[in-house]
Design a binder for this molecule. Structure first.
Ligand SMILES: NC(=O)c1ccc[n+]([C@@H]2O[C@H](COP(=O)([O-])OP(=O)(O)OC[C@H]3O[C@@H](n4cnc5c(N)ncnc54)[C@H](O)[C@@H]3O)[C@@H](O)[C@H]2O)c1
Length: 329
């Protein structure tokens, strides 16, 4: 099998994790690392001694041997860097969100489609075995009819000045919510506050309503006593929780649901049955995500299906952002 040559761009907070996973892929090699910052490049140069190093993105994508780039730079740069790489005939993995607007995202999808190149945004949670378990529970209707979903993402990640909590944290939960519900929201409402950096919301509450009637809520915050990465899914038969802060019990299923026993004369009660913990593989989601990218490069699967999903996330983020701006006091 031909060894594919990959490049990691952006070696800040997240990029080195991506570079490490790309470097460990079988039948692929990390042939370039690139960062505009000389000091970062020098630091990671020692960790990836076989990769060529450059501060010039243009020099790197001009390499005819290079097959694909993985971009982990700030969101404002995603569109330009992904576009340049696609124009140079390179496959692209780009960190979430795909772009700053759906109009820009659409241009990237069209370009990738036209050139038959892979375009994959890094929605890491979609490769998490715990999320795959939730999806099975929803699709198999083990939870019954899906009623609502809510995500908590609090006290995590870098407090950013160039991106609010909706775009930075919400991109994760939204990707999971859209994946589970299988629709795009008909209505989106958001309200937030900027306690630290003026105009950059650090606490955001969102409410989404889908055409099927399913609703979703997200609590996104950098300021919170609780460190939470949790998704709760409520069906009319059972309920499930994916908690990524739990080392072992990633998914818990509650045999709990509404019922109207005859003796209550039509009054609703909550039925409580067993609580179970299904087995969830302990695989590193980032490794699975990188393996998926490699499989796409090898021609397995739809090359831009993930990009379309990423575009739907950007569309929902835009809807929520407009609501946030309308509601600003
Ligand atoms: N999937 C996840 O869980 C996850 C987690 C954190 C961050 N991210 C994403 O990763 C991306 C980067 O975030 P971060 O926190 O690592 O940012 P960061 O600011 O820490 O690092 C960005 C790096 O990119 C470099 N850079 C900027 N412009 C460049 C260019 N034109 N060419 C080459 N290098 C350039 C900077 O010098 C810096 O080293 C963002 O899209 C973010 O949303 C994803």
């Amino acid at each position: 099998m031909e060894t594919l040559k990959l490049a990691a761009v952006g070696l800040g907070y997240w990029g080195p994790n991506l570079a490490r996973n790309l470097d460990e892929l079988e039948s692929a090699e990390l042939s370039w690392i690139c960062d505009r910052d000389e000091a970062r490049l020098a630091r990671y140069g020692a960790r990836f001694p076989d990769a060529r190093k450059t501060t010039s993105y243009e020099e790197m994508i001009a390499d005819p041997e290079l097959d694909a780039v993985a971009i982990a730079t700030p969101v404002v740069t995603h569109f330009e860097l992904a576009r340049e790489a696609l124009l140079a005939g390179k496959h692209v993995f780009v960190e979430k969100p795909l772009a700053l607007s759906s109009a820009l995202g659409e241009q990237l999808v069209a370009l990738a489609e036209e050139r038959a190149l892979v375009l994959m945004p890094g929605h890491l949670l979609l490769y998490h075995p715990g999320v795959a378990k939730l999806k099975d529970l929803v699709d198999s209707e083990e939870l019954g009819r899906l009623l609502y979903v809510y995500g908590n993402r609090q006290n995590l990640g870098q407090i950013r000045k160039d991106e609010n909590a909706l775009w930075s944290l919400g991109a994760h939960d939204l990707s999971v919510i859209l994946h589970l519900v299988g629709e795009e929201p008909a209505e989106a409402w958001a309200r937030g506050e900027s306690f630290l950096n003026p105009g950059v919301e650090d606490v955001v509450f969102c409410y989404l309503r889908f055409p099927s009637g399913v609703v979703a809520h997200m609590h996104l915050s950098w300021l919170d006593p609780h460190k939470m990465r949790r998704m709760t899914v409520v069906g009319d038969r059972k309920m499930a929780v994916f908690d990524d802060m739990e080392p072992e019990r990633k998914v818990t299923v509650y045999d709990k649901g509404p019922q109207q026993p005859a003796e209550t004369w039509g009054e609703w009660q909550t039925r409580s049955g067993d609580i179970s913990i299904p087995k969830v593989a302990n695989d590193e989601p980032l490794r699975l995500e990188c393996e998926h990218f490699l499989a796409l490069l090898r021609g397995e699967g739809d090359r831009i299906a993930a990009a379309r999903e990423g575009l739907a996330v950007v569309r929902s983020l835009e809807q929520l952002q407009s609501s946030l701006e309308r509601e600003r006091v």
